[in-house]
Design a protein around this ligand. Structure first.
Ligand SMILES: Nc1ncnc2c1ncn2[C@@H]1O[C@H](COP(=O)(O)OP(=O)(O)O)[C@@H](O)[C@H]1O
Ligand SMILES: [Mg+2]
Length: 305
């Protein structure tokens, strides 16, 4: 990679991705070396954002696939149009390219989100392509990977669905970049990106609240930065609806409940509701005096322990 390529790449990336310089460098280097990549991290840690930005910045084609239980091999690879097969037979013209054939032929990046959720047979197709650099489609023939083809897969290692299945066969064919939660300062920049005019320090508290959901003993799953983005958006709108301000107690508490209570998961065995835990954390952050100082778990209304 030349110096000017590198300069313009990172300039374009800095606009699209907050922080993450090291992860961006690792992904760019792995792709530049012709390697397949696995991005592993909890939801909302910027995996899709980073990958889109890198593909744009490098000027390479990008084919996006949502991984789920319905992603059959035929949907990934492509299929013969059944109506046309009746008249024309299994002709190559009658084949409808799926994302994998498109990416192989164009030498593009194939980005598979939530790869752990795809069916076993579909995973095996990807493993074969990574090993052989080509694909054999029955009655259509061989599709070789054009230069530039790479697979980038993303997954949440804590996902309950099928993470155990991501076998050594996958891990042995990819380079892995781990994506943890970003710093509070970076999360604040991410949540503040849509340019709303918010009172000084208010977004810092929103991010603080969201980060506390990840460490609360009654919660099994905390909120991603998406919760902070949504709380800021909803609070701004709610302030408008009520003719009030985001710093109004009921506006920020209601926005917190709407944005966060469905995102967090209460631990098995806990008798508390998510609303209850969010209200407690909101008080710690937004009304520290009333709860005896930030960090004290002095539960507000409704919280019984
Ligand atoms: N580093 C980042 N820079 C800019 N936006 C980010 C960053 N991380 C997360 N976001 C924002 O947070 C949300 C979730 O990010 P996303 O890339 O979809 O996460 P993931 O794919 O890991 O679930 C998106 O709205 C995205 O714009
Ligand atoms: Mg994603």
């Amino acid at each position: 990679m030349s110096n000017s390529d590198r300069g313009s790449l990172f300039a374009s990336l800095d606009d699209a991705v907050v922080g993450r310089r090291r992860e961006v460098e690792l992904v760019v280097a792995a792709l530049d070396a012709g390697r397949h990549v696995l991005l592993e991290g909890p939801p909302g840690t910027g995996k899709s954002t980073l990958l889109r930005a890198v593909a744009n910045g490098l000027g390479i084609g990008f084919v996006f696939v949502e991984g789920n239980a319905e992603l059959t091999p035929a949907r990934l690879v492509g299929h013969f149009d059944p109506a046309r097969v009746l008249n024309e037979g299994y002709d190559a013209d009658v084949f409808v390219d799926g994302p994998l054939v498109t990416a192989l032929r164009d030498g593009a990046l194939l980005y598979v989100e939530e790869i752990n959720r795809i069916p076993e047979e579909t995973l095996n197709v990807l493993i074969t392509v990574m090993s052989e650099g080509e694909l054999n489609v029955p009655r259509y023939g061989r599709v070789a990977a054009a230069s530039g083809f790479r697979l980038v897969a993303a997954m949440n290692p804590f996902d309950a669905v099928g993470t155990a299945r991501i076998s050594g066969a996958v891990y042995d064919r990819v380079c892995r970049v781990s994506m943890g939660y970003q710093s509070a300062a970076d999360e604040e920049r991410i949540a503040g990106r849509d340019g709303r005019d918010l009172p000084a320090g208010w977004l810092t508290k929103v991010v603080d609240l969201v980060r506390r959901t990840r460490a609360h003993s009654d919660l099994r799953v905390g909120s991603s930065v998406r919760g902070a983005i949504d709380m800021a958006a909803v609070a701004s709108s709610l302030a408008g609806v009520r003719g009030s301000s985001v710093t109004d107690k009921s506006v920020s508490l209601d926005a917190a409940l709407v944005a966060l209570s469905g995102r967090v998961r209460v631990r098995e065995g806990s008798t508390r509701t998510s609303e209850d835990v969010i209200t407690e954390l909101w008080s710690e952050v937004f009304e520290p005096a009333a709860t005896g100082g930030a960090g004290k778990a002095n539960a507000p209304t409704g919280a019984t322990r």
